[in-house]
Design a protein around this ligand. Structure first.
Ligand code: FMN
Ligand code: FE2
Ligand code: FE2
Length: 400
C-alpha cells in the first residue's frame, strides 16, 4: 500500500513516522515519536528530495513507487546526509539506476564515507544558487552549512515558492494524519517539542541559522517543508519569528526556571522557597526541574524560552553534583548565552558548588549573575530568610 499526500500540485509528501523509537540519536526521549519527511516532484523530470530513516523503509519505498507510478526517477536531491534522512539512498539508487544524485562536494564525501556503492558517474554536483529545471518546476540550491551538518543545503522550488529546509523548522513528534501545521493545533501539540528539537539539535549553530535566514530574507516563501514535523503553508511568520529568537539566543518571555540537584532535599527546599517568594512577588508561569528526574533536553529547551534561571546544587566530592555539572556544560557546548542566572550552593564541610557554577558560567557568553549567591550549610536556617528575600527581590528587579 502507500501513505502519501499532495503538498502542492505534482509535489507529494512521501514520508512517514516512527512512534516506536525510544530516543532520537539514541539520546533524546521521543514520547510522541518522530516523522521523517521526504518529498517527490513529478514534472517533465522527476525529483525526490531526501529519503528517510531505515525504520520506515518498507512503506517509504512503496510510497515512492506509488507516486512515480511506473515513471523513472531522474534526480535524488540530498539536502542532508544524516542517516535519519539518507538511510534509503542505496535502495533508491539500486531501484532507479539512472537517477542523478544531486548534492555538493561535502555531500558526496559523506556518501562515500557512509556507503559502499560506487555511483560517482551519477553525481550531479551543485554550487550555491545553482538551478535545475524539471520542466515547470525549478530547484535552486542555497547552502546552509552547519544548520545541523556541514553539507546541509536548502532547496527552493521557484514556481510554487516552496522551501525544502532540511532539519530547520523541524520538530520531534510523529505526524498524526495531518501534515500541515494549519491542520493541527500547533502550539499545544508541537511548539515545546519544536523548541526542544531546535535547541538541542541545532541550538549550537545560531549564527549559521541567522546566516541562512538573512540569505533568504528577500526570497518569497509560500511554504516551508522541513524533514521533520508539519509543513508550513500559512502563518509562516510564526515559526520564522521563533527561529529568529531561538537562533539569536533571545528569550521568548520574561520568566524563571529553577533547576536543582538534591540528595536529601535541602537544596530542593531552598529552590521551592525562592520560587514561592517569586510567586508572592508576582512572577508567573515558573518551572522547577530536578536534574536527576528530567532529561536535560527538556530543561535546556525551557532555559532557551525564559529570561532567568536559578541553579541550586550541593557540593559533591569537592565538585558539583554531576547531573548539574553535565547540564551546565552541555548548555555551554550548545553556545547558550544571554541569560540572567542566580545561584544556590549547598555543602556540609567545604562548600564549592557556587564557585564551580560561577566558573562554568564565566565560560559562557553574556551570562549575568543576578543577586548574591546563596550559600547553605546542610540546611536552611531561619536567620537566612533575609538573604532569600533579597535574592527573590533581585530576580524580580532583573526582569523589569
Ligand atoms: C557523596 C557525597 C559527597 C559529598 N561531598 C561534599 C563535599 O565535598 N563538600 C561538602 O561541603 N559537602 C559534601 N557533601 C555533603 C552535601 O553537599 C550535603 O549533604 C548537602 O547539604 C546536601 O544537600 P541536599 O539536602 O540538597 O541533598 C557530600 C555528600 C555526599 C552524599
Ligand atoms: Fe540532522
Ligand atoms: Fe533530521
Amino acid at each position: 500500500m502507500y501513505c502519501v499526500q499532495e503538498v502542492s500540485p505534482q509535489i507529494f509528501w512521501v514520508g512517514g513516522s516512527d512512534r516506536r523509537l525510544e530516543r532520537f540519536e539514541n539520546m533524546f526521549p521521543l514520547p510522541n515519536g518522530i516523522s521523517y519527511n521526504s518529498y517527490l516532484i513529478l514534472d517533465k523530470k522527476t525529483a525526490l528530495l531526501d529519503t528517510a530513516d531505515s525504520s520506515i523503509s518498507s512503506l517509504y519505498l512503496e510510497n515512492v513507487e506509488h507516486v512515480l507510478n511506473g515513471r523513472t526517477l531522474d534526480y535524488l536531491v540530498i539536502n542532508h546526509m544524516e542517516p535519519d534522512h539518507c538511510a534509503n539512498i542505496q535502495d533508491i539508487v539500486f531501484r532507479y539506476p539512472k537517477v542523478k544524485i544531486v548534492g555538493n562536494s561535502k555531500t558526496f564525501q559523506f556518501i562515500e564515507q557512509l556507503f559502499n556503492f560506487d555511483k560517482k558517474n551519477d553525481y550531479y554536483e551543485v554550487k550555491e544558487q545553482d538551478e535545475i529545471c524539471l520542466g515547470e518546476h525549478t530547484l535552486k540550491f542555497y547552502f546552509a552549512p552547519m544548520v545541523h551538518w556541514p553539507e546541509v543545503m536548502f532547496t527552493y522550488e521557484t514556481k510554487k515558492k516552496i522551501l525544502f529546509s532540511a532539519d530547520a523548522f523541524g520538530t520531534f513528534g510523529a505526524l498524526n494524519g495531518n501534515i500541515f501545521s494549519d491542520e493541527i493545533d500547533f502550539k499545544p501539540v508541537y511548539l515545546s517539542e519544536a523548541r526542544r528539537y531546535y535547541t538541542n539539535i541545532v541550538g549550537k549553530y545560531g549564527p549559521q541559522v541567522q546566516n541562512i535566514l538573512k540569505k533568504l530574507s528577500d526570497t518569497d516563501i509560500n511554504m516551508i517543508c522541513s524533514l521533520h514535523g508539519p509543513i508550513w503553508r500559512k502563518n509562516l511568520n510564526y515559526i520564522l519569528d521563533k527561529y529568529n529568537k531561538w537562533s539569536n539566543y533571545e528569550p521568548e518571555k520574561q520568566g524563571v526556571i529553577l533547576v536543582y540537584a538534591s540528595m536529601y532535599g535541602h537544596t530542593e527546599n531552598a529552590v521551592s522557597i525562592i520560587a514561592n517568594k517569586l510567586s508572592e512577588r508576582g512572577v508567573k508561569d515558573m518551572r522547577i526541574y530536578d536534574v536527576s528526574k528530567t532529561h536535560p533536553s527538556y530543561i535546556i529547551a525551557d532555559a532557551w524560552k525564559y529570561s532567568n534561571i536559578v541553579f541550586g546544587s550541593p557540593t559533591y566530592n569537592m565538585g558539583l553534583y554531576y547531573g548539574m555539572e553535565f547540564l551546565i556544560r552541555e548548555m555551554a557546548r550548545l553556545n547558550f548565552q544571554k541569560r540572567k542566572v542566580s545561584l544556590i550552593g549547598n555543602g556540609t564541610w567545604a562548600n564549592r558548588a557556587v564557585k564551580i557554577m560561577e566558573e562554568l558560567l564565566e565560560g559562557m557568553k553574556n551570562m549575568e549573575i543576578v543577586g548574591t549567591p546563596l550559600e547553605i550549610k546542610s540546611s536552611m536556617k531561619k536567620e537566612q530568610e533575609g538573604e532569600f528575600d533579597k535574592l527573590a527581590e533581585s530576580i524580580c528587579n532583573s526582569m523589569k
